[in-house]
Design a protein around this ligand. Structure first.
Ligand code: AMP
Ligand code: GLY
Length: 433
């Protein structure tokens, strides 16, 4: 059998988890990544294109032709918005990932919220605004409460501002212009209270399969302190997702994929439901994303026993009913190791040596997924905000955490410049204690 070549459009930890998963497929001989990262190269079957941005559809198409790529996994949100899938499909490339139109459910929050309203998908009450004045006038007429003010466009996980009262909401509205074009339109929504989770489905038009659930830890410091980040760590499968909750999740996915078909934007690829379980046990959607989460992918993708190339191909070809999802037993915890100062100012850490990383690479019971790491000779250097993820499996959250944190204790950056949260998985840890 001639082995297949897969291209993953991503450079971070999520892309690293996908590259590893595709390499496990019996059909796959080589995996390419744009831009990829240096840790991916530790596997000789991987080739990266560090100068190709995830949004550069033309260059990605050229690589597909030159390298005879059999399947492209468009994994990064900005690639979806840039229409990478659309251009590749037009040129008859096999793509696992939504078109720009289907992906609007992520890259345009005002469209997404109106879509949810139209298809009766439970979500926080909201209003959409196009000028600073209109939002401020709205808030002035509301009784004092908690709000989220959100830039409608993509903002690398930083576009949602929490306001604990109306006065703070007015300041948040004023801040929205800092997001440039992404903030030209913005959403003001009611703040929900409850436990958050992320769920992932492989969607093939009107059909879908739930692949797994995880809980992210969004703020940079322990105990949910500090600014929001793209995600500081994940645990899976969350104990809060009971079969009753999963039924609600399934209903929401059903309404969503059917709605997208009705809107003539059929979805093919991974759909991310970010939700919250309110005190009354009812779910509300906080957001949809047109991709895997990062770091959610780092705990869910490795747990799938299915041949991922085969799964992606069946999704694209509409044969999803032939797939039976099989998951590994055990609980996974992934901890993000970041440059001190992330998500704000971490420039002084760039170029510094990450000491001890090679020790983790040799450990048998943990996996490592690279992101902002450069390899120079034998040295690993910091080259971004989120540097790498350490993922471990245990019989429960306590065991998985122990392995992940033991591994992390082997690594440092001089001057205390390596930062990670120490409480990843705390929700389920409390539940089993
Ligand atoms: P988003 O940019 O929509 O992903 O929001 C980022 C984070 O802000 C979410 O993961 C939640 O933790 C929080 N968040 C956003 N919207 C709400 C809401 N309406 N109620 C409560 N928390 C929210
Ligand atoms: N971990 C959150 C996200 O990927 O958006």
């Amino acid at each position: 059998m001639i082995k297949k070549t897969v291209l993953v459009v991503d450079g971070g930890g999520r892309g690293s988890a996908l590259v590893k998963k595709y390499l496990q497929s019996k059909s796959v001989g080589q995996v390419l990544a744009t831009p990829g990262n240096d840790l991916m190269l530790l596997d000789k079957k991987v080739k990266v294109f560090p100068n190709v941005k995830t949004t550069d559809a033309q260059k990605i198409l050229k690589i597909c032709i030159a390298e005879k790529v059999n399947l492209v996994d468009v994994a990064q949100d900005n690639a979806v918005e840039a229409g990478v899938t659309n251009l590749l499909l037009k040129n008859h490339v096999y793509v696992f990932g939504p078109t720009k139109e289907a992906g609007q459910i992520e890259w345009d929050k005002s469209w997404s919220k109106n879509f949810m309203k139209k298809y009766k998908i439970p979500t926080a009450k909201f209003n959409v605004f196009n000028s600073e004045k209109a939002g401020i006038d709205f808030i002035k007429n509301q009784k004092n409460s908690k709000w989220y003010v959100k830039a409608s466009g993509l903002a690398a996980g930083k576009g949602a501002i929490f306001a604990s009262n109306n006065k703070e909401a007015v300041s948040a509205i004023k801040e929205i212009k800092n997001f440039g074009k992404a903030g030209d339109t913005y959403v003001i929504e009611q703040c929900l209270e409850g436990e958050e989770f992320s769920s992932f489905a492989a969607v093939s038009g009107q059909n879908f399969l739930i692949l797994g659930h995880a809980q992210d830890h969004k703020t940079v410091f322990d105990n949910n302190q500090g600014p929001n980040t793209g995600g500081m760590g994940c645990s899976s499968p969350p104990l809060v997702i009971t079969s009753k909750i999963e039924k609600q999740i399934t209903d929401i996915f059903k309404k969503t994929v059917n709605g997208l078909v009705k809107e003539k934007r059929p979805y093919f690829g991974i759909l991310y439901l970010g939700g919250i379980i309110e005190k009354n046990g009812k779910l509300k959607v906080i957001e949809f994303n047109a991709r895997w989460g990062d770091p959610e992918a780092q705990v869910i993708v490795p747990s799938l026993k299915n041949d991922f190339y085969d799964l992606a191909k069946k999704v694209i070809e509409g044969n999803i009913k032939k797939i039976k999802i099989e998951r590994e037993k055990g609980y996974k915890v992934a901890v993000a190791a970041a440059s001190k100062g992330y998500p704000n100012d971490y420039q002084n850490v760039i170029g510094k040596k990450i000491v001890g990383l090679e020790k983790i690479l040799k450990l048998k019971n943990v996996e490592i997924f690279g992101a902002g790491v450069k390899k120079l000779g034998k040295n690993f250097l910091a080259s971004g905000g989120r540097l790498f993820y350490v993922m471990a499996t245990g019989k429960n959250v306590a065991e998985a955490r122990k392995k992940a944190y033991n591994a992390l204790s082997l690594v440092s950056i001089a001057g205390g410049n390596l930062h990670y949260r120490r409480d990843i998985g705390y929700r389920d840890l409390k539940r089993i204690e």
